[in-house]
Design a protein around this ligand. Structure first.
Ligand SMILES: [Zn+2]
Length: 423
């Protein structure tokens, strides 16, 4: 049975640190238990060998390697939330190791552990009300007797007010509560300086393609040649590599994106390509959220007793309208985020193509990102030279930055396509 860290690809240093911290956390629990039961301590031969640990159960403690607030940073797909979940499992593991086999590991990895809360923002940001409720619940005593763990998977998407609510909890942590934040970096745009100063940072790197391919073969049963191709094409993004290896629709969308450079033959074609890219992102986003939307709406309607005609039904329906409206608002915000994520993935693919053209023009001894369009990138390199390739790469990156800064996606993509066409 592989342990809980097995899926954390190419992050050996982080895994060592997390294992050490989990062992230290287990020692804290043992020492605390020994404190509460001095009779046991006197009788048992192994109870008293962690004398200092119990004194600082929640606070940062260099000597034991355990602390109550962590930030996992790294590029998208490097495994930030995988790392956080594995660490949560190791904290709940009855052996304190993340064995992968005990009930604590199983329920945490399966998302059903009573003392592990996962916050995955559905909209563009995590609001203050959600955060206050979460902080309140996180302060309760862990029902399993170990730790209350709160995993915030996109801490960079906290609203300012939500960040402040979280900061208060991190500043005065309940003794058995551990916060695990995930963010792209510790830049102040992603995580406030005050939150960062209270957390230990675990940096993850972009996993090497070979490591990604290896895990696709071992865990997902992907054929080795497909795994190698998908790992390279996904540029170190583990989840995307798995989708490319297994989902024909994902491969088709990628091919359409990589056909863009070929299609840019004039102004009209540039605008057409912009429309196609936006619409493909919308379609992908629609596919990813529509099922969840329907399920949620049906569940809410059932809970509200839709179609009831008895006494009080009218009043209930008025309240129901408010709740449905709230749900629609949340779903719309989630759809917007899914669209942005899909468009950003497409832009990363496109940037990879121009990066290939650039490295070829420079005759740099590096492997292409997209092996299947390498010939086309080579032709581009000849035609545009290094400077022209670089300008095009920069146009794609500028488009990403503009969308990040809230420029309307269609306008940013149209500007990019024109720049790519003109060079
Ligand atoms: Zn375990």
């Amino acid at each position: 049975m592989p342990d809980v860290f097995a899926d954390l690809v190419g992050q050996d240093e982080a895994v060592v640190e997390l294992r050490r911290a989990a062992a230290a956390a287990a020692a804290v629990l043992r020492a605390a238990a020994a404190d509460r039961a001095p009779a046991l301590l006197a009788a048992g031969p192994t109870g008293g060998d962690e004398p200092e640990a119990a004194a600082v159960p929640g606070g940062p403690d260099v000597s034991t390697g355990m602390t109550h607030a962590w930030i996992f940073t790294g590029p998208p797909g490097s495994g930030r939330s995988v790392a956080a979940r594995a660490f949560a499992a190791a904290l709940q593991c009855v052996h304190g190791t993340g064995c992968g086999d005990c009930p604590g590991c199983h329920t945490t990895m399966g998302g059903t552990h009573a003392d592990v809360r996962l916050v995955e923002p559905e909209g563009l940001s995590i609001g203050v009300n959600d955060m206050r409720a979460l902080v309140l619940r996180a302060a309760s005593t862990p029902s399993g007797g170990r730790w209350q763990v709160v995993v915030i998977s996109d801490a960079d998407r906290l609203t300012e007010a939500a960040g402040n609510a979280l900061l208060k909890a991190i500043e005065e942590p309940p003794p058995r509560t551990v916060f695990l934040l995930c963010a792209p970096s510790t830049h102040p745009d992603d995580v406030s300086v005050t939150i960062r100063s209270r957390c230990r940072v675990v940096p993850l790197r972009q996993p090497p393609a070979a490591a990604v391919a290896e895990v696709l073969v071992r865990r997902d049963g992907v054929a080795p040649d497909v795994a190698r191709w998908a790992a390279a094409a996904a540029q170190g993004h583990v989840g995307r590599a798995r989708r490319l290896a297994r989902d024909p629709e994902a491969r088709k969308r990628r091919e359409a994106v990589l056909a863009v450079p070929r299609r840019l033959t004039g102004v009209g074609a540039a605008f057409d390509a912009a429309s196609a890219l936006i619409e493909a992102a919308e379609a992908e986003a629609e596919a990813s959220v529509s099922e969840a939307d329907t399920t949620e709406r049906t569940a809410l309607e059932r809970a509200l007793g839709a179609g009831g005609t008895g006494r009080g039904a009218a009043g209930a329906m008025r309240g129901a309208a408010g709740q449905l409206k709230e749900l629609e608002k949340r779903q719309k915000s989630r759809a917007t985020r899914a669209q942005r994520d899909a468009l950003d993935r497409a832009l990363v693919d496109l940037a990879g193509f121009y990066r290939d053209a650039l490295t070829m023009a420079l005759r740099a001894p590096v492997d292409p990102v997209h092996t299947d369009t390498a010939a086309m990138a080579g032709a581009g390199a000849q035609k545009w030279d290094a400077e022209g390739s670089l300008r095009r790469l920069e146009a794609v990156l500028a488009c990403r930055a503009a969308i990040e800064a809230n420029v309307k996606p269609r306008i940013a993509v149209e500007a990019m396509m024109l720049a790519l066409w003109k060079g």
